[in-house]
Design a protein. Structure first.
Length: 440
């Protein structure tokens, strides 16, 4: 039996409330983390590469409930621990990589709103990043004996040389000027621009004296600009996490799918050719989104050739060096460990308060396997929720018989769920100690 640490009452209740509802808890998932060590190591290497001013790209591919969302949250935690800035969002019918009706700008605005740093892990960190940049420039200007405005101009020179960089640098400079002068209006206008909140150029020109805005046609360019800028602000780079790319697979318009896939191809080319610096991407999708040769990424021959799997990765061998990570099934032993941890979570880490014996864990695992077969290993979400429901009943009804309850448990094969659905195969909240352990 796996030894469990003492679990804080607040963390216990937060995690269990989320698990009962079938969604991902926002804290404490290290308490029920199991398996997939090789995949975690691959993600660590991506984060390290970005922190070393390189580029990284991973497609995290798995069935519904297989752990894609957990992987993206894991990247987020690892990146924050490495002093990276993280931007995270889910694609949806009105948030896409390419559009002509504002949907791509809406995706960028969501990413900007969810911008996080280690000191602002819940998002909304863009203002802090700007002020850190200004403070860093002021300190360096003082050391050099020059004006802060001159140092800011110097630091942003390479940003100006990038596509769309002149306007981006002008807006950052406007924020710095507003910060120095105490002008809340100028700071607010600059933040609106950087968050992609302007819907027309006229307002931006009147308030900031710039001729362009972040719109559907330049989302990826502005992500690259942000990646360069945050490094000037003292961060190690930028990591962008996008989930629910299956949304693109579901688009009815073949032209819309192609234009969105073209944006993905740009990212692939930049990373694989080495022209992406200090920026990484983790993209979550289903096997159909990747492999379908009619509507998926593989419908584009150029993308298919770049993402094709290693032909020697067969017979139990896996290649984690390529851009695609296919989530492997949890083993029966790992699932038993998972049930052990859920049992310990209910008991607050105290073995004397366990609600069921080891025998019950084996019986429940057997019941799940008989009811839903191999899907039990591929997508354990519903099994987890059912086990939590079982323990909830036993906790509230001490005289209940776990044997009869297990025999009556209804567990169905998972055929789809939201982006926040459970898969405890991956951790969400990763402490510094956990990070050190994962780097073994």
């Amino acid at each position: 039996m796996t030894k469990q640490p003492v679990i804080k009452s607040k963390d216990r209740e937060t995690i269990l409330n989320a698990l009962r509802s079938g969604v991902v808890p926002r804290i404490g998932l290290q308490h029920i983390q199991v398996g997939r060590k090789r995949e975690i190591e691959a993600l660590l290497s991506d984060v390290d590469r970005v922190a070393a001013a390189g580029g990284a790209l991973r497609f995290v591919i798995g069935e519904y409930g297989a752990g894609k969302t957990f992987f993206l949250f894991l990247v987020r935690q690892l990146a924050l621990a490495k002093n990276l800035v993280v931007m995270q969002a889910d694609l949806s019918p009105d948030k896409r990589l390419h559009s002509t009706t504002g949907h791509a700008r809406a995706l960028y605005a969501e990413l900007a709103q969810n911008t996080a740093t280690r000191t602002s892990p819940d998002g909304g960190a863009l203002r802090n990043i700007l002020e850190r940049f200004i403070g860093k420039a002021a300190d360096e200007a003082k050391a050099k004996g020059v004006a802060t405005a001159d140092e800011i101009r110097t630091k942003l020179e390479d940003v100006r040389q990038m596509a769309g960089g002149y306007e981006f640098a002008s807006v950052v400079t406007a924020y710095a000027r507003g910060y120095e002068e105490g002008s809340d209006e100028m700071q607010s206008a600059a933040l609106r621009w950087l968050r992609g909140e302007y819907v027309n150029k006229t307002a931006a020109r009147q308030e900031l004296d710039v001729r362009t805005i972040i719109d559907d046609g330049n989302v990826y360019d502005n992500l690259k600009l942000m990646g360069r800028f945050v490094r000037h602000a003292g961060y190690s780079g930028l990591f962008v996490c996008l989930d629910e790319l299956v949304t693109l697979y579901k688009l009815q318009s073949a032209q819309s799918r192609k234009m969105n896939f073209d944006q993905i191809l740009r990212i692939i080319n930049d990373v694989l050719q080495g022209s992406a610096e200090g920026i990484g991407f983790a993209l979550g999708g289903t096997p159909d989104f990747l492999l379908d040769t009619r509507r998926g990424l593989y419908a584009d021959g150029a993308i298919q050739s770049r993402l094709a799997e290693n032909t020697f990765a067969k017979g139990g061998f896996a290649d984690y060096s390529g851009p695609v990570i296919r989530l492997q099934n949890l083993t029966p032993d790992e699932l038993l460990v998972l049930f052990e941890r859920l049992r310990a979570l209910f008991a607050g880490g105290d073995p004397a308060k366990f609600l069921v014996p080891d025998e019950a864990l084996d019986a429940f695992a057997t019941h799940c396997r008989e009811r839903i077969g191999d899907s039990y290993f591929r997508t354990p979400r519903n099994s987890v929720k059912a086990f939590v429901d079982l323990l909830s009943i036993l906790e509230q009804n001490p005289k209940a018989d776990w044997r009869s309850l297990i025999g009556e448990a209804e567990i169905v094969e998972d055929r789809g769920a939201s982006a926040d659905a459970i898969d405890p195969g991956m951790p969400l909240d990763v402490s510094d100690n956990e990070l050190s352990r994962l780097q073994l």
